[in-house]
Ligand binder design. Sequence first.
Ligand code: MTE
Length: 358
Amino acid sequence: MNPRNLTRQAAQPLRQLRLYRYRPAGALSTRREPPRSAAVLSSHHPLAPDHRSHAVLIRRAPEVPSSEITPESLYLDRRSFMAAASFAALDLAAPSLGRARARRVRDDEKPTSYASITHYNNYYEFGTGKEDPSENAGGFKTRPWKVEIAGEVAKPGHYDLDDILKGQTIEERVYRHRCVEGWSMVIPWSGFPLRNLITRVQPTSRARFVEFTTLYDPARMPEQRGGVLPWPYVEGLRMDEALHPLTLLVTGLYGRPLPNQNGAPLRIHVPWKYGFKSGKALVRIRFTADQPANTWNVVAPNEYGFYANVNPTVDHPRWSQSRERRIGEFLRRPTLMFNGYADQVASLYAGMDLRRNF
Ligand code: MTE
């Protein structure tokens, strides 16, 4: 983890948000499905100190009439211009585009560019530089792929990925993604709630935590031949965190299959926690009675905790967490409590000392 190496990138547009039904053939359908309720995920909370902070959640296609979507080609043509212009200036300069965008893009929910999301990565199995994963993970084979369900669970087994995905409705969710290093992005993931899988495999009453293990295969993950981290990469959540509707098993981004460097074929994303909680290329999900070890906590227990909730008031021992650099922006912005998801997740930690349980 290194807080340096921040890049400046051109901003990118929103793409139309869609719902997909997973198809074992692997291709994502672009067929729009009827709108479903997004009841658990209200976008605006009246008590929020800054209501904009709650905007990045789940949005369904019906919120954005297709007539208002600026064609991607138009955005792409304008990308070099956008790199130089501030958004305020852009809206003045191009009111016809600006009006549509103003309705659906607030300052802090503009998705980070596909190029940045896929070329500025932490994935130490493929190198410790931010561009190493995109350079080194290209040939990584993600099929066939099995996920072991293990531990305190009624239906353990080695499940084929297609079986894991069978029957799941793939949703697109735009989440903030905040790295403990001090940078952040906004990512239009696709995936489905982890809780759907958990319900299916039926944890026993002894299951209080869930452990997530990344593939260990030094022949395919070159950095695993060295000792930069103890391998395999392991992370964990408390059961109520794992069951929270925001916790997502991710299969894609920007409506495309998940790129290898972002954790293909299956990763997790827990949007109110620092990014290191979100393990990539998962091969095992194990239900446990005891709190699992998590890799970064094993490496540096005084720097990286088990909970790792985004918290601007609890600094990393070596740097402040009160602000962050959104990739693609120049100025740093304030970091929000629980990464802006406090209205939905703060109750999970009622009565807990978050300074001690960092
Ligand atoms: N998972 C594995 N297996 N290996 C890693 O090095 N890095 C973590 C997390 N998951 C990591 C991992 C960290 S520190 C972050 S910030 C996120 O992945 C980065 O996800 P991204 O590259 O998709 O932005």
